[in-house]
Design a protein around this ligand. Structure first.
Ligand code: SAM
Length: 240
């Protein structure tokens, strides 16, 4: 996968679910691992700020990423509280049970375990064994921080064993579905949405319901519906 494909896939998943998100009227949206700021900025642009009273917060372990995110937000006239921290360390008490929408494009690439959490750019992708080291730390924290109506959108690769992730979340009471799926010859990337399903029973060993994968062609028209959202995608002075 190209470095940007995962970020685009996550934003495409949010766009594809935008009508539901607008109806959901999230009060607090959070991104863990904000990197360039593309995802949290896009979310704020697509949901609006004043109109819906939504509040945005983003964290990254890399202080450089937090600085870049700040510039990206500013360049697009939106605001988020930014914190340099490991996942949500130091925020758990303040945010427990409050996050209505959480978005995560974690470091998911399988690597030797000692590459995980290293300073610098390696933290953007190094995911340890099966690419699961950081993902497995994020999931219980997401469960703690999300409100009863919390939705989690997370990027995973096939190598991360997404079925097992869905099963693990199901045991915590979450339903799931794949919102976006992108494949190359070597890999398949999924954006999975999780939400609390108070009626669900933990059964089976299958990936959550796959009921609405959005065709890539639809995304362009969705992008055009949100002013300012095509930044990066179709050439921009901030291109990376
Ligand atoms: C795959 S990049 C995603 C960047 C950005 N969200 C995007 O989609 O463009 C993963 C990001 O997670 C950050 N990260 C890695 N480990 C982390 C941790 N333990 N806590 C917080 N952020 C972390 C990295 O610094 C990097 O910015």
């Amino acid at each position: 996968m190209n470095q940007c494909d995962d970020s685009f896939a996550l934003v495409d998943a949010l766009l594809a679910d935008r009508t539901n998100l607008l109806e959901h009227r999230p009060t607090l949206c959070m991104e863990v691992g904000c990197g360039s700021g593309y995802v949290i900025t896009s979310l704020a642009l697509m949901l609006g700020q004043e109109a819906y009273g939504a509040y945005y917060i983003a964290t990254d372990i890399n202080p450089h990423a937090v600085r870049v995110t700040s510039e990206t937000l500013q360049a697009h006239g939106v605001y988020a509280d930014l914190i340099t921290t490991e996942i949500a360390s130091g925020l758990e008490k303040r945010l427990e049970g409050l996050v209505d929408v959480m978005v995560v494009n974690p470091p998911y690439v399988p690597t030797p375990e000692d590459e995980v959490g290293r300073e610098g750019i390696a933290s953007a992708w190094a995911g340890g064994e099966n690419g699961r080291s950081v993902i497995d730390k994020i999931l219980p924290i997401a469960d703690k921080l999300m409100s009863d109506r919390g939705w989690l959108y997370m990027v995973t690769l096939t190598a991360n064993n997404p079925s097992e992730i869905c099963l693990q979340m199901r045991e915590k009471g979450y339903a799931s579905r794949i919102v976006v799926q992108r494949s190359t010859e070597e890999e398949s990337l999924h954006v999975i949405k999780f939400w609390r399903d108070f009626d669900s029973q933990p059964v089976g060993n299958e990936m959550g319901t796959v009921n609405k994968i959005v065709p890539a062609g639809v995304i362009e028209s969705l992008l055009s519906q949100v002013p300012g959202l095509s930044f990066w995608r179709y050439g921009n002075s901030n291109s990376r």
